[in-house]
Design a protein around this ligand. Structure first.
Ligand SMILES: [Zn+2]
Ligand SMILES: [Zn+2]
Length: 163
């Protein structure tokens, strides 16, 4: 049976489906990936040869970040979505509906690594519920985020999701 992966941007204007096996999950520490994701590094997974990427709702807008690479993102909400080269495409792991199943197995661009990324797991932790000072704010949140599954229509008045 062909494996199917789905995902999309935060607002739901862009949704994708990948059928077939994914390649290696990675994180890239290079400065261009930091900027493109607005983050410490970029978590990406390649689409293997024979794998099929379909845009099931909308299309990403693209920024040609170099002569060889285009970065796809949602023009409505800004979610980073793709890393596209002539040799193939990769998708942002966090954009998948189930990112937990896509495990990074290699780090690229480590010359650009921000030194504190090695110590993230040592930082003090608290859950959202433990954040008492923001309880009233949290209780008032009505999310506009697309849920982690395909929807027939979007936006959907009846569906809510925390975050
Ligand atoms: Zn969006
Ligand atoms: Zn990179």
């Amino acid at each position: 049976m062909t494996k199917i992966y789905t995902g999309g941007c935060q607002c739901g204007a862009v949704r994708f489906r990948v059928s077939g096996e994914l390649g290696k999950g990675s994180i890239c520490h290079c400065r261009m990936c930091q900027k493109a994701f607005g983050n410490f590094y970029a978590p990406l997974v390649s689409i293997r040869e024979g794998g099929d990427l379909t845009w099931t709702r909308g299309q990403p807008k693209r920024f040609q970040s170099s002569n060889m690479v285009a970065r796809g993102f949602c023009a409505q909400c800004g979610t980073p979505l793709t890393y596209e080269t002539p040799e193939g495409d990769a998708i942002a792991i966090g954009a998948f509906d189930n990112p937990a199943e896509i495990v990074p197995v290699i780090q690229f661009g480590v010359e650009g690594k921000l030194p504190y990324t090695d110590h993230m797991a040592d930082l003090p932790t608290r859950t959202t519920e433990e954040d008492f000072e923001t309880a009233a704010f949290l209780a008032s949140i009505v999310s506009n985020q697309h849920p982690d599954h395909d929807t027939k229509t979007w936006p959907q008045a009846s569906e809510t999701d925390n975050g």
